[in-house]
Design a protein around this ligand. Structure first.
Ligand SMILES: [Ca+2]
Ligand SMILES: [Ca+2]
Ligand SMILES: [Ca+2]
Length: 458
């Protein structure tokens, strides 16, 4: 009987949510009647029917309790029920709600520092709450894991608010000096360290902070919430040093995604975005001095990987001064500048009507730092993970038409995703005319735009 009660409660609670029913409301015309004495359904059914009431079901035999439906209002029906001989009491059939915090029901997390995360909400932030009401990330409509490759200096993979969302290559046995899954990389469990060609990932503040914005575990009652509460983040070290290091870092990403397609999702990783919070200032990607960079982004793009890239932390016009990678030609780069809580471009951040696609919050951003700590940082490096994370969250929220096209024709699919992000921005005066879109990321609107357009795809 207890099981039945719990089930009933859950069913009622669930329908209550979907119909937007408030606390304190009850099911119209329905009520519960308990009879005195031992269980006697024949008597109860007949006696209630005589008063024009209908027994919907036996709720509890031990309580001699029935769910009853009347034709009149609940109050009138209750009055009628009390006229039935042997009735101990009757009461309305209230809607019951799960004991989740109220903000959880509205798509906002219970993480204690969330009240400082202005970057996630509507207004000055990216409006992630609009998506969280439907999905908090992790899997697409084809039930495939969504992976973000975070290319940076290093990561604290043991951080309390990150560890559950770190990608793990389960086919690789750690630290045995062997390439167990024969993907060409020895001991690559969490990703790859392109600095020293090993699977040994070391910790660093910058990369740990970037990771938290993309995918700190949300709704776990700890710390902060990332753009994705659930996601798999692949740790790739190789965000500085030389172009060769960067090429090895992205080379790993490319190989894992190729393997994923070739094995139909059995091996490799479904990487949908990368985060590039690094680059070369005042460098012209189009002179022929940096072809490797553009080729890496092109190859990733054709495999369905968009790369969010941070532009310079200087008030420079990238169209004129150049920047690598945000001045590179590849359409698969989403170039990002830094916006503030006041919804303006941060003064020391790059722009460019042709090269810088959009803005995202990057000023005083609270996120994870090594040692289970949290801290505020500022820079285009902090803006960009909002975009890399948004790409992953959009994959989780995208409809089946999009996902089908993504599996079969990934390049065009992700260019449509990028376009949806650019046309759905919140227009900001300080970004108008100096960025491609003229505004700041609004991931909630981007999902709407993409799903509306992909619904028409064949
Ligand atoms: Ca391996
Ligand atoms: Ca191994
Ligand atoms: Ca958290």
């Amino acid at each position: 009987m207890k099981t039945f009660f719990v089930l009933l409660t859950l069913v009622l609670g669930f329908s209550a949510q979907s119909q937007q029913i408030r606390q304190g409301q009850n099911v119209a015309g329905e009520f519960l009647v308990r009879f005195q004495g031992a269980y006697n359904p024949q008597y109860a059914v007949a006696a209630l029917q005589q008063q024009g009431l209908q027994v919907k079901e036996v709720v509890s035999r031990t309580l001699n309790l029935y769910l009853v439906k009347g034709k009149a209002t609940t109050q009138e029906a209750l009055g009628t029920a009390y006229r039935v001989k042997g009735v101990a009491y009757a009461q309305p059939n209230h809607y019951v709600f799960l004991r989740a915090p109220l903000n959880f029901m509205r798509g906002l997390p219970n993480d204690p520092m969330f009240n400082q995360q202005w970057d996630m909400i509507e207004g000055s932030g990216i409006n992630a709450g609009a998506v969280w009401a439907t999905t908090t990330g992790g899997k697409d409509k084809g039930n495939r894991d969504i992976v973000v490759a975070v290319v940076d200096g290093g990561f604290d993979l043991t951080h309390e608010d990150l560890r559950e969302n770190i990608y793990v290559n389960r086919a690789e046995i750690p630290n045995n000096g062997k390439d167990d899954d024969q993907n060409g990389f020895v001991d690559d469990v969490y990703g790859w360290n392109a600095f020293n060609n090993s699977g040994n990932i070391t910790s660093d503040t910058h990369g740990t902070h970037v990771m938290g914005t993309i995918g700190a575990k949300g709704g776990n009652g700890r710390g902060v919430a990332g753009v994705n509460w659930n996601v798999k983040m692949m740790a790739i070290q190789g965000a500085s040093g030389t172009t060769a290091t960067v090429a090895k870092a992205y080379g790993y990403v490319i190989e894992q995604k190729k393997l994923w397609f070739a094995s139909k999702g059995q091996r490799g990783a479904n990487i949908v975005s990368t985060n590039s919070s690094f680059g070369v200032d005042n460098a012209d990607c189009k002179t022929g001095e940096f072809p490797v960079w553009n080729d890496l982004y092109e190859q990733m793009g054709q495999l369905g990987i968009l790369s969010a890239a941070a532009t310079a932390n200087n008030n420079v016009n990238v169209d004129k001064q150049g920047d690598v990678p945000t001045g590179c030609a590849s359409e698969y780069i989403v170039a990002v500048t830094n916006t503030t809580k006041e919804n303006t471009k941060y003064a020391q951040s790059g722009y460019g009507a042709r090269s810088i696609d959009l803005g995202a919050p990057g000023t005083n951003i609270l996120s994870t730092v090594p040692g289970n700590k949290y801290s505020n940082l500022t820079g285009t490096s902090m803006a960009t993970p909002h975009v890399a994370g948004a790409i992953a969250l959009i994959h989780a929220a995208a409809n089946e038409q999009f996902i089908q096209k993504y599996y079969t024709n990934p390049g065009p699919a992700v260019l449509a995703l990028k376009q949806a992000m650019l046309v759905s921005v919140d227009q900001l005066p300080s970004l108008k005319g100096v960025t491609v879109s003229g505004g700041k990321l609004n991931v909630g609107k981007a999902v709407e735009v993409l799903n509306t357009s992909s619904a028409r795809w064949r």
